[in-house]
Design a protein around this ligand. Sequence first.
Ligand code: ATP
Ligand code: MG
Length: 439
Amino acid sequence: MRLSQYFIPTLKENPTEAQIVSHRLMLRAGMIRQASAGIYSWLPLGYRVLKKIEQVVREEQDRAGCQEMLMPTIQSADLWRESGRYDDYGPEMLRIRDRHDRDMLFGPTNEEQITQIVRDNIKSYKDMPKLLYHIQWKFRDEVRPRFGVMRGREFLMKDAYSFDLDSAGARRSYNRFFVCYMRTFERLGLKAVPVRADTGPIGGNLSHEFLILADTGESEIGCHADFIDMDLRGADLDYDNEDDMQRTVDHVTSLYAAVDEQRDEETEKSLGDKLKVQRGIEVGHIFSFGTKYTAAMGAVVNGPDGESTELECGSYGIGVSRLVAGIIEASHDENGIIWPESVAPFKVGLINLKANDEDCTSACDDLYKRLTKAGVEVLYDDREGRAGVKFADMDLIGLPWQLIIGPRGLKSGVVELKNRQSSERQEISIDEAFAQLAG
Ligand code: ATP
Ligand code: MG
């Protein structure tokens, strides 16, 4: 993409409405614009990141054996009357009436919808278990939408649902998602802490929230100091063996045994001077809630003995749009965003230092074509203008690599490759730069 043609309305000044760094940087880098309170348009640069994150989440759901589908945003109120949640949900639910005076709603979540689908289409134990997910926009009329897409009213969520014959099966499904979440957040370059959580209005018995540590987080957790430096990547994160998975989950949760959303005094005391109080951002949440919805909505299958059995369920959310902001909170410096390569909108920013110099421009154009052809995503700053402005813009946007080409270097056959994260710079030949980026 040529920057001269790209729709990327960057801002030099800090927007006054933004209180946290991710919101400021998303506005300044031209990623989002507010449509109304808590509702945002995703401009091209922001939308690329959103889709990248969505894709990592999707790949890891698929790997865990979860099947993607798509349910609607608009749901019927009658469905929610079946579970009893239409009245319980309160003013966070956006209620709508259609032209026939039927009550509808913009879904804040999809337990009822998926339970109806399973109830109407699965009749036998032989079709169990089922793990299903979709990635779809939600609406919650939050009291205080704030911090940009971090706490929006309209937001993108991955929500998965598990259906099992019995509680042992439900536990296996829960473990599977637990492992899946560890894998997902690791691929996104994040350290996510699984914290025992209240099951809240969804109800049920087993639940963990996944929090990434950041000073601007809305939740406070007391944490074992060793955890902060602990590398989880040693954990065995595959799905080959159900027993191994239970071990992995037990192991990981034992590391966080002292971590508690409630910050209860007893655990804090037991930690002594190992207690570290941190703030965190909730990026995922998993629940096992038994037969709460299937019982209310009559979702049963015929068991092996011919008896009908209520299905055991869980639901598993990831805040896809919140993650865009969460990753920025976790990865930025005073000059701008630092994207992990897995979700970067482009891999490299190619900077032409002298767009009015014919040789320099033709070298840049060539390399841009070669890289693009090799499948490397390049944002090419082909604008005329001061180098300082270009460097500042590229740092703000935060692509993992910057390839800087100027007439002086070209004369001696070198270009400069800068790593945004480490600020390390290498002077190398065009071919070496190509090989490094395309390799
Ligand atoms: P919170 O406690 O932050 O309000 P929640 O517990 O109500 O979130 P869940 O129902 O668990 O949220 O939804 C699953 C995930 O969706 C959350 O872990 C979070 O990442 C994301 N999410 C929830 N509410 C919002 C929101 N208003 N804006 C953006 N993402 C959200
Ligand atoms: Mg939650």
